[in-house]
Design a binder for this molecule. Structure first.
Ligand SMILES: [Zn+2]
Ligand SMILES: [Zn+2]
Length: 811
């Protein structure tokens, strides 16, 4: 969720806020020389090193907007209000989605950044409010900042009798009653709907009875376990509305994604029509895919702790064989700034952004003393005034280069840069385009560069531009049938009103089983009129709670809280003796107190790194679905995963040499979840040329890369997923690779992998085959989270294994 937690909402223009409805990017400053044309600039950047790091250049042409007439049903008062704000006519996609919704259909508009999605729901919702003085609208945003933005937009239309208002945790008690009684356009978030509005439905009955529209903005952020919870909160909302006789129309807005109608259908439980054809205008962009070169064999650098390199908060033992994306991005930033090009570099972590800015500054100062001052780092943590000052400096050209985390991505409007550098694929296409969309002023061409990190997904993307520029395949997945989500949500629903057999269809697959379990556990009581909640207190259900409570990292000497590590990773990263890196500073863990959820550490910089080892057991509980493809089998089902961190290695930082292996005494952990797995017959492996002794390394390498590529198919992070491979599994009696959801009950990722198995494993195979390394590296088959120290791994045999699977599996 880091993409959407920014509270920044700052206008980049010196003039008033950018209007969310006007889809043309505002021009940021006049008078600044945009520097060389993107194509010339790119040519010079490419010519810098020995080889050519550019794998693809895509010219994303400028698009002329296709306006549509105002729908006949849109009242003149509303047209006039939009016209005052500069919207003279809707774009085609806005008009199409608006009319579908006005006619009573549930609709999702899934188009690009700044394509004016809000007009698509404001138009039918506000037209209805004007036509029916009693009707109401409920708007849901993933963040308070976005809801506040929308409030400004709706309030700015100044329509009589609408009385829009935000209702969230910050709303003063004194105002809440007024809002419930008088506002007809309430803006809130799913958490407030879950914790406040639905439990208080009696007070909201007047509002819910008249509810005409439910608007769900940025709905692609409702994914995984959180998305599954939100899906049931929406079902609870529909149920309360139905009790009061209302059947609201749902209008959803999403970033572009694969199969938005299905995702919206799962989220709402309703049939939803998708509008995906973007008819808004946009500036042209030259988009280059950039793969940092392999390092010469003799200069292979020692293991780099991933956190120091600005990656996930985990130490890794991977040997770098490629020039790092951070160094490459810093060089590119220095070069573009030296050319006078206003450039924004997106880096995944704060530390990384600071490293990029510092290196670019140094390089510029070496060339021209003082030039380094024109580069800065920007991150969400800065004070508002400091951020404003940085933005002002960039807009006026005092500052030419800015390295930033994606804090800019949502809530801050800073567009119109001459070049955007994206250091590492940001995880989803939506984020990628949001970042690239910062480049380009109206009427001017801009440059965007994606610099690949050491990661199989990045490797795949820079060799498969069609996955970036073609039709999207990555889908927003969620699994409302997850029993760990369904049961607590049904408990909440039962408190709101007793459950009846008629509710079973609403809550979907598994509802009856979950209710039976709640009855058995004594939480519900069955009576002739339905299932009743038995307790005095409401159940405590946190929509965003995942993977156990986070563990606090505390400095023993000072009691200072350094940060937190999620419960799932704590055994790996915070075991006694672990070297823990926090913002580039090294600490050693003295004690991990699991009962209190805290780890005590002291600052120390030993010349070794630590690498935890775990043993994982997996047993198949049930098979949900399978494909029998001759020597290959593909399965989806429930599994029990038991894992225990049993030891750690200490290794010299300079050489990677193992100093010793020390035992650990940590409890085992168990996870019941959903997995996808494939099996191969031993004979098919032999005939593909995989030696018996190489089978474990082949499967293990295929497993790592498959985990790395799954985010191509589903919006997840490789850290949401686990895997296990074995040359002989007792439950399958065959060589097997398992990939499982890292959350209890599953989050929909394994299911998506199963549904797209041949495309997913084809991409996995290609990513391995297309990596230029010889024996496997972090860009293909090595994993930063391997519990076996990336051993054994066989890159060539992994390709053979995947070829066997792909030859047999139906496409
Ligand atoms: Zn490689
Ligand atoms: Zn592994």
């Amino acid at each position: 969720m880091q993409d959407v937690t920014s509270n920044d909402s700052i206008s980049a223009r010196p003039t008033p806020r950018r209007d969310p409805e006007s889809s043309a990017a505002p021009t940021v400053s006049a008078g600044h020389d945009p520097g060389p044309a993107p194509v010339d600039l790119l040519r010079r950047l490419r010519a810098r090193g020995a080889g050519d790091p550019v794998t693809h250049v895509e010219r994303v042409p400028a698009r002329v907007g296709v306006p549509a007439p105002w729908p006949a049903w849109a009242p003149s008062e509303l047209r006039a209000a939009f016209a005052r704000r500069g919207v003279v006519a809707p774009w085609q996609h806005q008009a199409e989605a608006a009319t579908l919704a006005y006619d009573g259909g549930h609709v999702i508009v899934a188009t690009g950044t700044a394509s004016g999605k809000s007009l698509a729901y404001q138009l039918p919702a506000l037209a209805t409010l004007l036509a029916d003085p009693r009707a109401t609208v409920l708007y849901l945003a993933p963040t308070k900042a976005l809801a506040a933005d929308q409030l400004r937009a709706v309030a700015g239309l100044d329509l009589e009798g609408v009385r829009p208002a935000c209702y969230d945790g910050d709303t003063p008690r004194a105002e809440r009653e007024w809002i419930r009684r008088h506002s007809r356009f309430v803006l809130t978030n799913p958490d407030m709907l879950h914790h406040g509005i639905l439990p208080g439905h009696a007070q909201w009955s007047g509002f819910l009875r008249r509810l005409a529209y439910v608007v769900i903005d940025e709905c692609h952020t409702y994914r995984g376990v959180f998305g599954s919870h939100v899906a049931h909160v929406l079902r609870r909302l529909r149920r309360q509305c139905a009790r009061f006789g209302a059947t609201p129309v749902f209008v959803l807005a999403s970033a572009t994604s694969g199969d938005p109608a299905t995702a919206a259908g799962r989220l709402t439980g309703l049939p939803v029509t998708a509008v995906t054809e973007d008819a808004s205008p946009r500036g042209g962009v030259t988009f280059a895919l950039w793969e940092p070169p392999l390092l010469p064999p003799d200069s292979t650098s020692p293991p780099v702790p991933a956190q120091a390199a600005g990656d996930h908060d985990a130490a890794t033992d991977l040997v770098q064989v490629r020039r790092s994306a951070l160094r490459e991005t810093a060089d590119l930033l220095a070069d573009t700034v030296a050319e006078g090009v206003r450039t924004l570099a997106f880096v995944r972590s704060r530390k990384g952004a600071e490293v990029v800015a510092a290196n670019a500054r140094r390089a510029l100062d070496d060339a021209v003393p003082g030039l380094g001052d024109r580069v800065a780092a920007y991150r969400g943590g800065y004070l508002r005034e400091e951020r404003r000052e940085l933005e002002r400096a960039l807009l006026h050209g005092d500052l030419l280069g800015l390295a930033s985390t994606n804090a800019l991505e949502l809530g801050v409007d800073l567009v119109g840069l001459d070049a955007v550098l994206i250091c590492g694929y940001p995880g989803t296409r939506a984020s990628l385009w949001q970042q690239a969309g910062r480049a380009g002023r109206s009427g001017q061409e801009a440059l965007a560069v994606l610099v690949a990190r050491d990661d199989p997904l990045d490797t795949y993307l820079v060799h498969h531009p069609e996955a970036i520029f073609g039709a999207p395949v990555e889908a927003t997945v969620l699994d409302p049938a997850n029993p760990y989500v369904l049961a607590p949500q049904l408990a909440c629903a039962a408190v709101e009103a007793p459950l009846t057999p008629a509710d079973l269809a609403l809550f979907g697959d598994g509802a009856k089983e979950a209710i039976d379990q709640l009855v058995e556990a004594g939480a519900l009581r069955q009576r002739p009129t339905g299932w009743y909640w038995r307790h005095r207190e409401r159940p405590e259900v946190d929509l965003r709670g995942e993977g156990g409570a986070p563990v606090c990292v505390v400095e023993s000497a000072t009691g200072r809280l350094l940060g937190t590590v999620d419960g799932g990773s704590s055994h790996f990263l915070l075991h006694p003796g672990a070297v823990y890196l926090h913002q580039g500073v090294s600490y050693v863990v003295d004690d991990l107190d699991l009962a209190d959820g805290c780890a005590l550490v002291h600052a120390e910089e030993p010349d070794w790194s630590t690498h935890a080892r775990d043993v994982t057991d997996l047993s198949v509980v049930s098979v949900r679905s399978y494909v029998d493809a001759g020597p290959v089998g593909m399965f989806l089902g429930e599994v029990d995963v038991t894992s225990q961190v049993v030891s750690y290695q200490r290794r010299r930082i300079a050489t990677g040499e193992v100093i010793d292996t020390r035992p650990l005494d940590l409890p085992t952990r168990e996870l019941r979840t959903v997995a996808v797995w494939f099996t191969l017959s031993p004979r098919s492996l032999t005939s593909a040329g995989v030696q018996q002794a190489d089978v474990p390394g082949a499967l293990h390498a295929a497993e790592h890369a498959a985990i790395g590529l799954l985010p191509l198919m589903a919006t997840c992070d490789r850290w949401d997923i686990g895997g296990l491979s074995t040359a002989l599994h007792p439950d399958t009696e065959a060589p097997t690779v398992f990939v499982y959801d890292g959350h209890p009950g599953g989050a929909g990722f394994a299911e998506r992998a199963y549904g797209t198995a041949s495309a997913w494993l084809r991409a996995t195979r290609d990513a391995i085959a297309e990596c230029g390394c010889e024996t496997g590296c972090p860009s293909c088959v090595q994993s930063p989270k391997c519990g076996n120290g990336n051993n054994p791994l066989s890159k060539p045999d992994a390709i053979r294994v995947l070829d066997v699977v792909l030859e047999n599996l139906p496409a």
